[in-house]
Write a protein that binds this ligand. Structure first.
Ligand SMILES: NC(=O)CC[C@H](N)C(=O)O
Length: 424
């Protein structure tokens, strides 16, 4: 069992062993060392688990760690997430398909998992990278430990890895492809080769996470946690394109009084328009928005004919459909603490974010307004095209996890649909 003294020793070691960027042609191994030794050689096995996994990054660094969840070998892009809570919502956010999520919060697993906090039916991410795996769970809602949950879903996790050092490397050099392996038989060079042979850019990851057939969604936010709900108001029919949709987007729309039909990413625009919805929502989703031209075409066919709201991937597809371009950011935004300025009101919202791509505002045609700006780096965080009843956000008004400052964006979408219905 890890004592406070032990974890403080570990923290000191982590600080003073911060590795420098390695020569890309050489493999360099980083291990979190523990200062506690076994008594004398051969007397007893160590009472704690020793390293049994490697994370090999494309820059040639090798991070020795301990595995939990599933075992095997997996490739993906490593991104860091700065949320303090909500690891289960993050694990089930389909937008993380193809990525290893490294949590900067050093202790994960404390609250276990529960089935009410899932953002989709599955974990699509490549794996989870954490500093310390909590040895116990303490939460009245907990139904299972994080380890058991990941093992059942065949998702690999590693802990006792220097997450601060990896995060600093990602911030300095940008997102990196990595291979996580528990297989001793695989040589370091082989894993490095795998990481260099794979790329997340240009792959359609949406088709692997979208639903296959349309369905109706009725669940609202649980009354225990609800806020901003509207009572006794008219109902609006929204068709929601599932590019990897998070359940909380659907719950929030339902709580605002929408009747929702969720459709697959390949659902023809003509079918959507024939349903005569009041609005169309383009959801969040994984990967490169330039790798799904079919989705951009669908958005183009719908724009101007009905009110639309794009969230994250939906915002990026809207940007492209309007004639703009998207680009890959250095390491993206992933976390629940990103300040955004709403340029219409002047208000600053603390927002939940998860994206690696962004719309280039310079590429947008006249009439398209940048409505929100990310205050950390000035990137475009929201768009509107009032003449065509279009609005979009690069971040997550549904939060989950994250602050609820931006929830009113759903209210604005409702207002837009109401104005169109009233012919205003
Ligand atoms: N959450 C999302 O919709 C992410 C959008 C896109 N996959 C990106 O990384 O930018």
């Amino acid at each position: 069992m890890a004592t406070a003294a032990m974890s403080s020793t570990l923290n000191q070691l982590t600080t003073c062993c911060l590795p420098k960027r390695s020569n890309p042609t050489k493999l360099r191994v980083f291990t979190l060392r523990c200062s506690i030794q076994t008594a004398s050689a051969g007397l007893a096995d160590r009472p704690w688990k020793t390293s049994d996994a490697r994370l090999v990054l494309e820059d040639g660094s090798i991070w020795r760690a301990k595995s939990f969840g599933a075992s095997g070998t997996q490739v993906g892009e490593v991104v860091f997430n700065t949320s303090l809570t909500g690891y289960q919502e993050i694990l089930t956010d389909p937008s993380y398909a193809g990525q290893f999520v490294l949590m900067t919060n050093p202790q994960i697993g404390n609250t276990g998992v529960n089935f009410d906090d899932e953002e989709s039916m599955q974990c699509f991410l490549a794996g989870l990278v954490i500093r310390s795996l909590s040895i116990g769970t303490s939460n009245w809602r907990c139904t299972e430990t994080l380890s058991a949950y990941l093992a059942e879903r065949n998702i690999m996790g590693i802990y006792d890895v220097d997450t601060r050092a990896i995060t600093r490397r990602l911030r300095q050099d940008g997102s990196l492809i990595g291979v996580l392996s528990t297989e001793e038989s695989k040589a370091d060079e082989e894993l490095l080769e795998m990481s260099r042979a794979w790329d997340i850019v240009g792959i359609d990851l949406i088709s692997g996470v979208s639903c296959k057939t349309p369905y109706e969604w009725v669940d609202k936010t649980n009354p225990e946690w609800n806020f901003n709900s509207r009572k006794g108001v008219e109902t609006f029919h929204v068709v929601a394109y599932d590019f990897g949709i998070k359940h909380n987007i659907l719950r929030r729309l339902a709580s605002y009084g929408c009747k929702i039909t969720v459709v697959p990413s390949t659902w023809p625009a003509s079918e959507t328009l024939s349903m005569k919805p009041d609005g169309v929502l383009f959801s969040n989703g994984p990967g490169d928005p330039s790798a799904v031209p079919y989705a951009v075409e669908t958005v183009k066919e719908i724009l101007g004919k009905v009110s639309v709201f794009g969230i994250c991937m939906g915002h990026q597809l809207l940007g492209q459909a309007l004639g703009g371009t998207t680009f890959k950011m250095k390491f993206g935004h992933h976390g629940g603490n990103h300040p955004v300025r709403n340029l219409r009101t002047g208000d600053v919202e603390i927002s939940a974010q998860n994206h690696n791509y962004a719309v280039d505002p310079e590429s947008l045609p006249k009439g398209v307004e940048v409505t929100h700006v990310n205050l950390n780096d000035g990137s475009c965080a929201g768009l509107a095209y009032p003449a065509k009843n279009i609005m979009s956000l690069q971040y997550h008004p549904e939060a989950s996890p994250g602050p609820h400052d931006s929830d009113n964006a759903f209210g604005e979408f409702i207002e837009m649909m109401r104005r169109v219905r009233q012919g205003a």
